[in-house]
Structures are given as C-alpha cells and as structure tokens.
Design a protein. Structure first.
Length: 242
C-alpha cells in the first residue's frame, strides 16, 4: 500500500489576516477544522501541519495533531511541503491541503487523492467546480481552468477562459486550490525555475504545465471558502456559531 501524506502549510504572518490559523471559531482554531477533515480521509494518510511558527506548532499539538517546523523563507506552500517531504522518504503521494479552508470535507480530500493515484500518467491532481455566476467568471481572484476530454488541465487563468466569442457554447470551471503530487513530481516542480506564465498570472500551477507536467482535475460541486480576510472569518464564524 502506497504511503500517503496530507501536508497542511500554515503560515503565521499572513498579510491580510495575521495569525489566521489560530483564530478560533466555536472554541476551535481554524487549523483544527482542516486537520480533523484530513484525518477523516478514507486513505489512512498521515496528516502533518507544516509551519514557520512555534505558536502554530504548539496549538496543533495541543489538540493532538502533528506539526513540523519549516523555514520562514519559503515563497510558496509547495516549497514548504517539499521541505517536510524530504525528511520522509517513505511518502509516495502527497496532498497539499490549505490551512485556511476549514469548510473542506473528507470527501473532497479523497477525490483529490483518487484523481492522483488512479492514473499512472498523472504528476499532479487538483479540483475544479462548475461556475454558475457571471460575476465569478470575470473575477480575477476566481481562477478558471480548461481541461481536455480526459480531464487533463490545458490551462489556468485569472481571465475568463474560454473567451466568450460565442455565448453559452462552453461551461466555465473554477479552480479549487488543493493539490496532490507524486513525490517525484513535487520535488521536480519545486526545483524548476519560475516560468513566464507563472510570473504573468501569479499562478504556481502554470510552472508545471509550462514544463510539460500532467495535471489531472477532479470535478466537485463543493465550493469551499478560504479565509483570507476578517470578513471571511466572520462569515465562517456565523455559519458555525449561528
């Protein structure tokens, strides 16, 4: 049986909402909601929080989770995850689960894992959902994805793709920022130089596509809302606490 790890990068120093992994809702820190969802995956994965701050590590260990310290110099979550993976040669598949998405479900986590491990040609898996609002199609913060008949990603963009030259001829799909990696693919990607497309759109997954790596997408109906701002936090708090 392949060894699977779910690694959750969690920074303390978020620009828009500092210390957000430790913000509490119903007396539980946000990071705990994410860890508990990961622990319910049917794939019996090892769950590790990768952090750059002792306060997060201590909080995770307080509720019985596992956390490892990583460098504060990492520019992205994949680099932080790669540091942890390099300490664990036993890991064969890795899921990058964002530490600020407390509404994520075990079912969605399992979909991202199965999309990765059930296709030997896949380097990376990720998820998309169908967009139902025109506002989201035109919102650059909602990343769009187009993919081929085998669900391999063709491109990701902050622009509306495909361009609506002929209205209502294609569906639009929003990217959900959860990634599964073969270990070798994660190491390869984090060692590659940034690509021009990645720099232009500020989308890390475009580095993988630029260098010919295969990204397969799973389709879900879930729309997990990440917590990036105080407003997001208050919305989630209202959902949980009423």
């Amino acid at each position: 049986m392949e060894k699977i790890a779910i690694i959750i990068p969690a920074r303390y120093g978020s620009t828009r909402l500092p210390a957000k992994p430790l913000l509490k809702v119903n007396n539980k820190p946000i990071i705990q909601y994410v860890v508990e969802a990961a622990q319910k995956s049917t794939y019996n994965a090892e769950v590790i929080v990768a952090t750059d701050d002792n306060r997060i590590k201590e909080a995770v260990e307080t509720f019985g989770g596992v956390a490892e310290m990583t460098s504060a110099e990492h520019k992205c979550g994949s680099d932080r995850i790669a540091e942890v993976v390099n300490r664990h040669p036993e890991f064969e598949y890795i899921l990058n689960l964002q530490g600020d998405e407390p509404q994520i479900t075990p079912e969605v986590i399992d979909l991202a894992i199965s999309t990765l491990i059930n296709d030997k040609d896949v380097d990376i898996s990720t998820l998309v959902r169908k967009i139902t609002s025109n506002e989201q199609i035109n919102n650059p913060n909602c990343v769009k994805c187009v993919f081929d008949i085998n669900n391999y990603a063709l491109y990701f963009s902050r622009c509306p793709i495909p361009y609506p030259r002929n209205e209502n001829q294609a569906d639009y799909y929003a990217h959900i920022g959860i990634y599964g990696y073969k270990k070798s693919s994660l190491i390869k990607m984090t060692q590659l130089p940034q690509a021009d497309l990645e720099k232009q759109e500020s989308l890390e997954q475009l580095r993988a596509l630029k260098y010919g790596m295969k990204i397969k997408v799973g389709i879900t109906t879930l729309n997990p809302t990440g917590i990036d701002t105080l407003e997001d936090y208050e919305k989630f708090k209202k959902i949980i606490e009423g």
